[in-house]
Every structure is written in structure tokens, then in C-alpha cells.
Design a protein around this ligand. Structure first.
Ligand SMILES: NC(=O)C1=CN([C@@H]2O[C@H](COP(=O)(O)OP(=O)(O)OC[C@H]3O[C@@H](n4cnc5c(N)ncnc54)[C@H](OP(=O)(O)O)[C@@H]3O)[C@@H](O)[C@H]2O)C=CC1
Ligand SMILES: Nc1nc(=O)c2c([nH]1)NC[C@@H]1CN(c3ccc(C(=O)N[C@@H](CCC(=O)O)C(=O)O)cc3)C=[N+]21
Length: 295
């Protein structure tokens, strides 16, 4: 069997086109959705992400701003910028790029963001709202994965899903979203006993580990849908190359469908960030919410 390749890049372009339509509608009502990104220090791994984000925000017709601070900036300086953005009526979405330098408490900074502007969905109230089934802003990477799964599989109810990784930004919210869609969810991590056997049960595998090509084809149930969240830079001659957490060749030989890296989850993450910004803007102004762009 050879897997269908789920084209995240193409799917993300359709989401961004929908976002642009919604931006036009909101602008006609007199509001321009605005996204602010806060960067502390230079993280080379995040450079492409940040560049693409800024460009695509403008292309969708939104207002975009970047606030760059030196790596030596104090926690108080970061909190001060967040406070100003919270109070700024032109800003509907705030994203503080992670990781932050070690001397800054990331949890403190995230929880200082107005939850209604927290387009990453990392604030403790959004985490709690998602977990309790209330209206929330949902983390972009899991939201993008969910959209691809629904698009490819339709109804997810009753399906066996295994999420590998339990981070607050990917694994845990992914599991919450799958649970909300009535999948039977297992969260695996570094202490999971016999991980290959656990993954072999899955109709849906979401790999969010950060280990290049860890998941191999012999772990995959024939016909399963594999979502590869991993973004790993590995040396390739003079340059670096991006690979996922799944060994694409061997997994694609067994899976029913698989996302590539690059061109899978990454572009969907950015598209969902734009979608969350329009959603936050509509909620802030009491405008009807976009359809099909939320979880
Ligand atoms: N495409 C995109 O838009 C995005 C991609 N990413 C990528 O996704 C990957 C995961 O990111 P993130 O969640 O932030 O990473 P974290 O490092 O925060 O979490 C990794 C998780 O993987 C688990 N893990 C580590 N080693 C193993 C192992 N050998 N077997 C099983 N589980 C293991 C860890 O378990 P434990 O908790 O026990 O330590 C942990 O829960 C990275 O490659 C990252 O670059 C991240 C965000 C967005
Ligand atoms: N507050 C915060 N929120 C995040 O969502 C967040 C973050 N911090 N810090 C870093 C991680 C990583 N991340 C990526 C998003 C898109 C691509 C992406 O577009 N990747 C392209 C390729 C990019 C390339 O060529 O390097 C792809 O996979 O096709 C990658 C990585 C979001 N993150």
C-alpha cells in the first residue's frame, strides 16, 4: 500500500483564502484584525516561521506588527510590552514566540496575555476552557492537525488515536481536541512502555516528539492516518534539511495517509494563527464568527 499524501501546504492556502474573505467582511464593518508577535532574542529555528507569519498576515489583509527585544531583555520589559498590547484596541491577537530565554518565566508571560487575545491558546483560561468544553482559543498546531484529520477522515468518533508527546503546546491540546471529537485517545511519552506496540493500535497517529524519524513503518497499523508534527533540522552537506518525527518512506509504505515535512503541519499552523486572529477580532467586536475556521 502507498499512502495518500495530505498536502498541508495546499490546504493551508485554502484556509488563508477563507481568512482573507473574513478579513474583508470584518473590515467592511469598520475593523481591521491585528496580530502582534513578540520576539525575545534570535532563535534561528524560529526565523522562517516568524518571517512567513508576518508576510501571510499582511497578505490576508490584516494589520501585523513585530516587537523585537534583545535576548538580555528583562522579564519586566516583556511583561510591559504584553500589557501595552493587551490595552491596544488595534491588536486582537498576541503571540509571544517560544522558547523564551531561561531568565524569563514563560508561564508568567503567557498568563499575562489577555485570554481573549491569546491566539496561541496557551493561557491557562483557554487551556481550561478547552478541557471543559467551553468556547476557547485553540492552539494553532493541534487545530491545524484536527482540520486535516477531519478533512481526510470525516467523523473521528470511535477511532483509536495515539498522540506521541505530552507538551502543553502540542500533545495535550491535540489529545483534548481528539477527545472532543469522540476519538478514543492515548497519550504516549518518553516513559511509555513498548511504544511501538501502543502506536500499532492506532487508526490515527499524531507524532509530536522532536526526534528525527523516530516512528518507523513497522509501528504503523496498515491504513492508519499519520500526522507528523515534528520539525527537526538535520545536517545535509553544507546546509540543514527539515525532517519530521516519522520516517516518511517506511511509514508511507504502510499508512493510508500521511503528512509530509515540510509542507504538512507547519503551513497549517500559520493558517490557523491567522484564523484565530480573525475569530478573536470578531468576538471582541460582537461580529458573527467565521464558520469552519474554529474547532
Ligand atoms: N509544525 C509545527 O507547527 C510545530 C512543530 N513543532 C515540533 O513538534 C515537535 C514536538 O514539539 P513540542 O511538543 O514542543 O516538544 P517538547 O519537547 O515540549 O515535547 C516532546 C514530547 O515528546 C516526548 N518524547 C521525547 N522523547 C520520546 C521518546 N523517545 N519516546 C516517546 N516520547 C518521547 C516527551 O516526553 P516526556 O514528557 O516524557 O519528556 C514530550 O512529551 C518538535 O519537533 C517541534 O519542533 C512544535 C510546534 C509547532
Ligand atoms: N508562541 C509560539 N507559538 C507557536 O506556534 C510556535 C512557537 N511559539 N515557537 C516555535 C514553534 C514552531 N512553529 C512552527 C510553525 C510553522 C512552521 C512552518 O511553517 N514550517 C514549514 C517549513 C519552514 C522551513 O522551511 O523551515 C513547513 O513545515 O512546511 C514551522 C514551525 C510554531 N511554533
Amino acid at each position: 500500500m502507498t499512502a495518500t499524501i495530505i498536502d498541508g501546504k495546499a490546504f493551508a492556502a485554502t484556509i488563508r483564502a477563507r481568512v482573507a474573505e473574513e478579513v474583508a467582511r470584518v473590515k467592511a464593518a469598520g475593523v481591521t484584525p491585528g496580530l502582534a508577535v513578540v520576539l525575545v532574542g534570535e532563535d534561528p529555528a524560529s526565523a522562517v516561521y516568524v518571517r512567513n507569519k508576518g508576510r501571510q498576515t499582511l497578505e490576508a489583509g490584516m494589520h501585523s506588527e513585530e516587537h523585537r527585544l534583545d535576548a538580555t531583555a528583562s522579564e519586566a520589559e516583556v511583561l510591559d510590552i504584553v500589557a501595552r498590547l493587551n490595552a491596544d484596541p488595534a491588536i486582537h491577537g498576541i503571540l509571544v514566540q517560544l522558547p523564551l530565554p531561561d531568565h524569563i518565566d514563560a508561564g508568567l508571560v503567557i498568563d499575562a496575555i489577555d485570554p481573549d487575545k491569546d491566539v496561541d491558546g496557551f493561557h491557562i483560561s483557554n487551556v481550561g476552557r478547552l478541557a471543559t468544553g467551553q468556547k476557547a482559543l485553540v492552539p494553532c498546531t493541534p487545530l491545524g492537525c484536527l482540520m486535516m484529520l477531519r478533512d481526510h477522515l470525516g467523523d473521528l468518533s470511535g477511532r483509536e488515536a495515539v498522540v506521541i508527546g505530552r507538551s502543553n503546546i502540542v500533545g495535550k491540546p491535540m489529545a483534548q481536541l481528539l477527545l472532543r471529537d469522540s476519538a478514543t485517545v492515548t497519550i504516549a511519552h518518553s516513559r511509555t512502555a513498548d511504544l511501538p506496540a501502543v502506536v500499532r493500535r492506532a487508526d490515527i497517529v499524531v507524532a509530536a516528539v522532536g526526534r528525527p524519524k523516530m516512528v518507523t513503518g513497522d509501528w504503523i497499523k496498515p491504513g492508519a492516518t499519520v500526522i507528523d508534527v515534528g520539525i527537526n533540522r538535520v545536517p545535509n552537506g553544507e546546509k540543514n534539511r527539515l525532517v519530521g518525527d516519522c520516517d516518511f518512506e517506511s511509514c508511507a509504505a504502510v499508512a493510508g495517509a500521511i503528512t509530509p515535512v515540510p509542507g504538512g503541519v507547519g503551513p497549517m499552523t500559520i493558517a490557523c494563527l491567522l484564523a484565530n486572529t480573525v475569530t478573536a477580532c470578531c468576538r471582541a467586536h460582537g461580529l458573527p464568527e467565521p464558520e469552519g475556521l474554529t474547532a
